[in-house]
Design a protein around this ligand. Structure first.
Ligand code: MG
Ligand code: MG
Length: 257
């Protein structure tokens, strides 16, 4: 069942999104060679709890951390570790918060120090996929319009679109209906309505889209070992422009240009 959020509920999701944005921006600033992802995890958990919120990932179906920290060919659900990040690695950080019962979910990829032009382009293009998808989150459009916008841009750059994992509705639960694949046909699927809140999250690989699961039963990585990037925000469908709840003030139409 897809839930339509009231103005009062949206206000709470806006607050959760604003907090998550602050947390992820702080993590982004902290990423540098020598830092460990366990340090980033502790930093995120402290910021979230200090704000009176709950890190939604920690304990979710047994997941042990407040962030997912996925390096290089890891797609999502990487474990935080004591390993020191190295110059040129591609790190994807995913995080979620619950504030006053309402959820927000967001992720980004960044280079540790500076890296290859290819890795930089992959990160930029994955973000572009998100903005193109989010720009389709308008009343009267269908879910497939979001999926298709992501897929067609990614594949035009020669990338693989990860198919085993999807975006999702979000509200009082982290994962609500509908499921939002990053591939699909325009004009198909659920018709979008104002008040829907959607976590749109392209996962894009430099190589093929096939993935495998680590022995830890969580971490997903590309089968061919190619680099993968991830970019996610919690987006509100409105009667006007789409609103990115986890990136206050972002202009979707401008970013999708
Ligand atoms: Mg996420
Ligand atoms: Mg998500």
């Amino acid at each position: 069942m897809i839930t339509i959020k009231s103005a009062a509920q949206v206000e709470k999701m806006r607050a959760a999104g604003a907090l998550l944005h602050q947390v992820l921006e702080a993590l982004r600033q902290a990423i540098q060679p020598g830092v460990t992802t366990l340090e980033l995890d502790r930093m995120a958990e402290k910021m979230i709890r200090d704000a009176g919120a709950i890190p939604s990932f920690k304990g979710f179906e047994g997941f042990p951390f407040s962030i997912c920290a996925s390096v290089d060919d890891q797609v999502v659900h990487g474990f935080a570790t004591k390993d020191h990040l190295r110059e040129g690695q591609l790190l994807s950080v995913d995080c979620g918060v619950i504030l006053n019962g309402w959820q927000s979910d967001s992720a980004f990829s960044a280079l540790v120090g500076s890296g290859s032009a290819e890795a930089e382009k992959l990160i930029r293009d994955t973000e572009k996929c998100f903005w193109l998808g989010a720009n389709q989150a308008r009343p009267g459009n269908r879910l497939g319009d979001i999926s298709h916008a992501v897929q067609s841009y990614a594949e035009a750059q020669g990338y693989g679109v990860i198919r085993d994992l999807c975006g999702h509705g979000i509200g009082t639960e982290m994962h609500e209906d509908p499921s939002i694949p990053n591939f699909g046909k325009p004009g198909r699927g659920v018709r979008l309505q104002a008040g829907m809140t959607l976590a749109i999250e392209p996962m894009i690989a430099r190589g093929d889209w096939h993935v495998y699961l680590y022995d830890n039963d969580w971490t997903v990585a590309t089968r061919d070992g190619s680099l993968c990037a991830h970019y996610e925000h919690t987006v509100l469908v409105t009667d006007g422009e789409p609103e990115v709840l986890s990136f206050p003030g972002a202009n979707v139409k401008e970013m999708a240009r």
